[in-house]
Design a protein around this ligand. Structure first.
Ligand code: FAD
Ligand code: NAP
Length: 346
């Protein structure tokens, strides 16, 4: 096990923030992790598990050990005539996993195509896009207790999934390393399996028709999602970002109705977590406050999607955090709505 000192994290986070970790190592198996646990470097230092670094903002050097996850492998077994259980190592790249499932004709995650990062982070914030969340197809995960080394199998209810949230961002934050995740997917290799692709969200249907697709196959839906995302979102390899910086807030029906009188175009959708609330598009709120496309120093809000904060080159994490605070304040001042970061800030 090689543990390196003073390692730049610039290429390990999609914001491209140039900070360093006091200590840094890769783990490629559960055994690796257990070996690491026996070292003084592990025992005596603060720890951070790192996947693809696509949902992280570093505001300073990390004075501890960064553990970069590279646990590989995908296997599957039949659950019943119509479903399979697919287990992926937490270091598998998420989009590679989606493509693997599509090739095997296993359905359920095609709407989650092209989300950056690794499988192990997918339960962290219950990743979601185009009307599908990981919780919809989650079966169980294996995680190692970072203090005791015990391996635990956790069900969906133990993970406490909510909208872009899980127990791993709260009560169990920094306490477990996720080793593998198992998903329950529809097996389309059996012609009797009943499965309906989800094409009624955002631009999917329009894009499918532009492509002359009927959208009945999971491969077509995946291609459409890839096309929309590629056209709209900045590629982190070109322009540093961590996707949506804020979560969409949920507010009461009455607060929404009041706002609608003043702002008839305010977009609201039923909250998936609370039936008495309305989910408001944070990107719209930010845009109304005049931030969309604005450049401030080395950073700014992206021209196509105000919710995405970007590093135009040379930004540090504190600068991005300051911009985020200003945006939060202006949304609060104008709409009386608190928007909270989705990105994990260190
Ligand atoms: P990291 O950023 O490396 O880590 C995120 C957090 O999880 C950290 O706190 C880290 O310590 C912890 N962590 C990571 N791996 C483990 C593990 N194995 N065990 C325990 N803790 C772990 N998200 C969405 O939900 N939907 C989207 O549509 C979406 N689109 C995006 C588009 C772009 C262009 C970008 C840049 C980001 C987008 N994201 C989206 C955010 C991000 O891609 C996801 O949250 C992704 O799951 C993060 O994975 P990661 O491996 O990069 O995690
Ligand atoms: P969009 O289509 O411009 O829509 C704006 C917002 O409205 C989205 O945040 C979405 O909420 C909501 N919305 C749109 N149609 C909806 C519907 N039919 N029912 C309920 N809510 C609806 O969004 P976008 O920015 O292009 O993103 C498209 C999808 O990719 C979204 O699902 C978004 O979450 C996901 N995405 C996520 C990230 C990230 O980093 N988390 C980054 C890029 C894209 P939801 O966000 O709740 O879906």
């Amino acid at each position: 096990m090689k543990i390196s000192s003073n390692v730049s994290l610039q290429t390990y986070n999609t914001f491209g923030i140039d900070v360093a970790a006091d200590l840094f190592c890769h783990v490629a198996s559960l055994d690796d992790f257990r070996l690491l646990m026996a070292t003084d470097e592990y025992k005596l230092n603060k720890k951070l598990i790192l996947g693809g670094g696509s949902n992280i903002l570093f505001t300073d050097n990390f004075d501890g050990i960064v553990i970069r996850n590279q646990i590989p492998g995908i296997t599957y077994q039949t659950l019943n005539d119509y479903e399979v259980l697919v287990k992926a190592g937490s270091g598998v790249v998420w989009h590679d996993f989606v493509k693997w499932c599509i090739e095997k004709n296993f359905a359920g995650i095609e709407n989650l195509s092209l989300i950056p990062g690794m499988v192990g982070a997918s339960p962290m914030q219950n990743i979601g896009a185009y009307g599908v969340e990981v919780k919809d197809v989650f079966y169980e995960l294996e995680a190692i207790d970072m203090q005791t080394g015990d391996l635990k199998v956790m069900s969906a209810s133990e993970c406490g999934f909510r909208y872009r949230e899980s127990v791993f961002k709260h009560a169990l934050k920094g306490k477990f390393m996720i080793i593998s995740v198992t998903f329950r997917l529809a097996n389309l290799n059996n012609p009797k399996t009943v499965y309906q692709t989800k094409t009624d969200y955002g631009d999917i249907r329009n894009t499918l028709s532009e492509m002359n697709y009927d959208g009945l196959s999971i491969g077509e839906v995946s291609e459409a999602v890839v096309r929309i995302r590629t056209a709209k979102l900045p590629d982190p390899a070109v322009l540093g970002n961590a996707g949506s910086f804020f979560k969409n807030p949920s507010i009461s029906f009455s607060a929404f109705e009041t706002l609608k009188l003043k702002y008839p175009l305010i977009p609201g959708y039923p909250s998936v977590t609370n039936k008495d609330e309305v989910k408001v598009a944070a990107g719209w709120l930010i845009e109304q406050c005049g931030w969309k496309g604005k450049v401030i120093g080395h950073t700014g809000s992206h021209k196509n999607q105000a919710l995405v904060l970007v590093n135009y080159g040379g930004a540090n994490g504190k600068e991005i955090r300051e911009l985020a605070k200003k945006i939060q304040q202006s949304v609060w001042d104008r709409f009386g709505i608190e928007i909270l970061p989705e990105v994990n800030i260190y």
